[in-house]
Design a binder for this molecule. Structure first.
Ligand code: FAD
Length: 403
């Protein structure tokens, strides 16, 4: 590992912490105050907190802190890799709220900047940035998840439009989305020809268009984060195509696969969570912390979190020296999946039966946070690339194991 922050990086950090020292406490006081349930919605989790997230993103973008990776001309700060790492670490340290449209800011906006026409950028980017419009990402299908290139929702050209038919599934926040960044198959014969990565095209789709049916899917948490989206003869203008026809695979991989070491804040968030859990346990069930098996698990978790922090720092060091952050980035994704699950399970064992009481229930600890985490954290081994797929990548490309 070999890096130190430049003077510009330190100025960037100091400007961000000045902003947070000034704005965060009053914001949280307002939103977590007496009427918090009314302000945030009655359900727990991401969907229940959308109004708060919208207000927070709006506040961030007023001083160009919502989309630091975007160019300055589009309201960002053109942040370098190291500044982006500083940003995610500081936001994790301050435990800032989530933003309204992380997909829009982190993945969709940069894709529009890179591949969109000037007219598309003018039309879409300002509303993503200031949280006026919400975008979802319509990629996965019932038979195309890890194997995304197997997608079969078709978009067939008819005059100035494409006509779309098919089903997308697990689409986060589609029920509140104004627009969807969607991958469709424009050459249906490509799969039969053994060329499944060809014949795919990216579109920006008006999610209120006739023929789109969005059905929220209830998760194990009781929340409905994601949805099924059915397209029946939906007309999408050719003007809303992102990039050239049949170039959708490059559009999605080019924009979404950027080497950003973007998960650098995760180790800090996990360390914060462990610290919060121990504090809560001391207050509600101190006897559990004297159990040698529990103490052993706490020690192991702490060590694994530190190890993950160092993995991410080594990835950053490599990227700053012009190398790829490989294999540290997929390794830390694996770590994140495991540690989140271990932490969620430890919480239930440490807090005792009250740890299982959900939000609103009598005696719920930390407003039901740990009970929700226990079921919610299963997603960390699936989202952003399932565990088995990360292992395949490491086996193939890092260890070069024979198939
Ligand atoms: C909380 C959440 C939010 C999501 N939001 C979105 C969204 O907004 N937009 C979107 O498009 N999608 C979204 N997804 C879908 C997500 O991208 C897919 O779930 C993911 O790509 C896995 O695909 P799948 O569910 O079809 O599982 P599959 O790919 O069918 O995998 C099933 C199991 O088989 C394993 N497996 C698959 N292939 C291999 C292999 N080659 N070798 C070994 N094991 C393998 C997997 O690891 C997994 O355990 C979301 C998922 C979750 C959990």
């Amino acid at each position: 590992m070999d890096f130190s922050w430049s003077e510009q990086d330190r100025n960037f950090e100091s400007e961000l912490t000045t902003f947070l020292n000034r704005e965060l406490a009053p914001f949280l006081e307002h939103w977590n105050g007496a009427q918090s349930a009314a302000k945030q919605g009655s359900s727990a989790g991401v969907m229940g907190a959308m109004e708060k997230r919208k207000a927070w993103q709006h506040l961030l973008q007023r001083e160009r802190w919502a989309a630091v990776l975007w160019p300055e001309s589009w309201g960002g700060r053109n942040a370098s890799v190291s500044q982006h790492v500083i940003y995610t670490q500081v936001m994790a340290k301050y435990r800032t709220p989530g933003i309204y449209n992380a997909n829009g800011i982190v993945q969709i906006g940069p894709a529009i900047i890179e591949w969109g026409t000037e007219e598309q950028r003018q039309r879409w980017l300002p509303n993503i940035l200031d949280a006026t419009e919400h975008w979802c990402q319509c990629f996965s299908e019932p038979h195309a998840g890890s194997d995304l290139a197997n997608l079969r929702t078709t978009a067939i050209r008819e005059g100035d439009d494409y006509v779309v038919n098919g089903v997308k599934t697990w689409i986060s926040s589609a029920q509140i989305a104004d627009w969807g960044m969607c991958l469709f198959r424009t050459d249906p014969g490509a799969i039969a020809r053994g060329m499944k990565h060809d014949g795919i095209t990216m579109f920006g789709v008006d999610m209120h268009a006739p023929g789109i049916t969005i059905t929220p899917i209830r998760e194990i948490t009781g929340d409905s984060l994601f949805c099924e989206v059915v397209f029946e003869n939906v007309r999408v203008s050719a003007n809303d195509r992102l990039g050239e026809e049949n170039q959708g695979w490059s559009v999605s991989m080019g924009a979404l696969g950027k080497e950003r070491v973007g998960s650098a804040g995760q180790a800090i968030s996990m360390a914060n969570d462990l610290r919060q859990l121990l504090q809560t346990a001391k207050a509600v069930n101190p006897g559990a912390l004297r159990d040698p098996l529990i103490r052993d698990r706490v020690g192991q978790l702490h060590t694994q979190i530190e190890f993950t922090r160092m993995l991410l720092e080594r990835a950053l060091s490599k990227v700053l020296q012009g190398e790829k952050g490989f294999p540290e980035v997929p390794l830390s994704k694996l770590q994140w999946g495991y540690i989140s699950l271990w932490l969620a399970e430890l919480a239930i064992d440490v807090l005792g039966p009250a740890g299982l009481v959900t939000k609103g229930g009598e005696g719920a600890i930390d407003d039901g946070l740990w009970a929700r985490n226990y079921v919610w954290q299963r997603y960390t081994t699936i989202g952003a690339g399932p565990t088995e797929v990360q292992k395949n990548i490491l086996a193939d490309r890092a260890l070069r194991l024979e198939r």
